[in-house]
Write a protein of this length. Structure first.
Length: 346
């Protein structure tokens, strides 16, 4: 018997988005126990509606990865195998096409440690987030390598160089899933009236907190306040694998004071989202994806890319609002105490 865990969900917004993956005005669903998240993201969404073009979301890359591990007799044999793999790219691409109508091999990277060869396969996976699709293709590729390259043997179908649901430098550098950059230029008056702060204050806090503070904490390829909060709420509401917020929360917030106007940007290299696959047939998920315009007839991958742009814009809204709040002593705690008590009382 399956029980259903009910997480409170609200639609927040609308927010305005433009860019190469989505141009829309839409509210967004957020499922969370953290009641202050809704009005916080809502404030960022309000800012986006007051800016021409709203949040510009630029999708710069799209690839799901799975690494396999093979064991060689020695390092020289592992190196020879790696060279053969690189030389057979087109052959390996055709091998992937025999096992999937949507997976496409787009890149190969590898590392050698002793006699161990780690091969990171990179795929596009249509509108699926691509975990299972990439694993199936990786298994087929691994079988092909073991059959055709001498001196190597099976190590594992997953060698952790993927790197799945772990915050790693390789994912921060190379990306995993959708890599989206969001930007917003907020006029001085809006910064003052809606965010109740100044561009200079947010820039200073971003430097001291997100950049220096994260360096001191030993953060891995990341410098942000709370991407994970928005991503978890958005992932739960849209049927995503919530554990992907581990790498998804890696990202960098950039803020600049442009003569009193605020340039604000969030870069998220590891957005793992899909509009088809496991979890997407749940009635509430299907309804939410439909309302977001992510279940329409588009070219393969178009719906998932749109969803990633909306997710990234949602992150920016929450990040901007929180940093604004933290420039004002006491504002954050007053909001949490007031809103969470009200939520409990209701």
């Amino acid at each position: 018997m399956h029980a259903v865990a009910g997480v409170p969900m609200k639609w927040v917004g609308p927010l305005r988005i433009s860019g190469n993956a989505a141009t829309t005005e839409t509210a967004v669903p957020l499922a969370t126990y953290e009641a202050p998240l809704w009005p916080s993201v809502g404030r960022g969404a309000k800012v986006s509606m007051l800016v021409d073009g709203g949040i510009t979301a630029t999708l710069v890359d799209d690839r799901m990865t799975r690494s396999v591990l093979v064991e060689a007799d020695d390092a020289a044999t592992a190196h020879s195998a790696a060279l053969q793999i690189d030389a057979r790219f087109e052959e390996l691409r055709e091998t992937v096409r025999t096992c999937s109508s949507y997976a496409e091999l787009v890149g190969i990277r590898h590392e050698i440690a002793g006699n161990l060869l780690f091969v990171r396969w990179e795929f596009t996976t249509g509108d699926a987030s691509g975990h299972n699709m990439a694993t199936l293709a990786a298994e087929r590729l691994l079988d092909h390598l073991l059959w055709t390259i001498p001196g190597i043997s099976y190590g594992s179908i997953s060698g952790n160089y993927c790197s799945d649901k772990k915050a790693t430098a390789v994912n921060g550098i190379l990306g995993r899933g959708k890599n989206v950059v969001t930007e917003l230029l907020v006029p001085r008056a809006t910064v003052h009236d809606v965010l109740r702060t100044t561009a200079a204050s947010i820039v200073r806090l971003n430097l001291h907190k997100n950049l220096i503070g994260t360096v001191l904490a030993g953060g891995v390829r990341t410098a942000n306040a709370h991407y994970a909060n928005m991503l978890l709420a958005f992932y739960l509401a849209t049927g995503q694998d919530a554990a992907n917020i581990v790498e998804g929360s890696q990202g960098v917030t950039v803020a600049e004071d442009r003569d009193g106007d605020l340039y604000f940007s969030c870069t998220l290299p590891n957005l793992i989202v899909g509009t088809v696959g496991n979890g997407k047939s749940l009635p509430f998920v299907e309804a939410n994806l439909s309302r977001l315009g992510c279940l329409v007839d588009r070219e393969s991958g178009g719906n998932a890319r749109r969803l990633a742009a909306i997710a990234a814009a949602t992150v920016l809204c929450g990040e901007l609002s929180l940093l604004a709040a933290q420039t004002n002593p006491g504002e954050l705690m007053r909001a949490h105490i007031g809103l969470e008590r009200r939520s409990v009382g209701s």
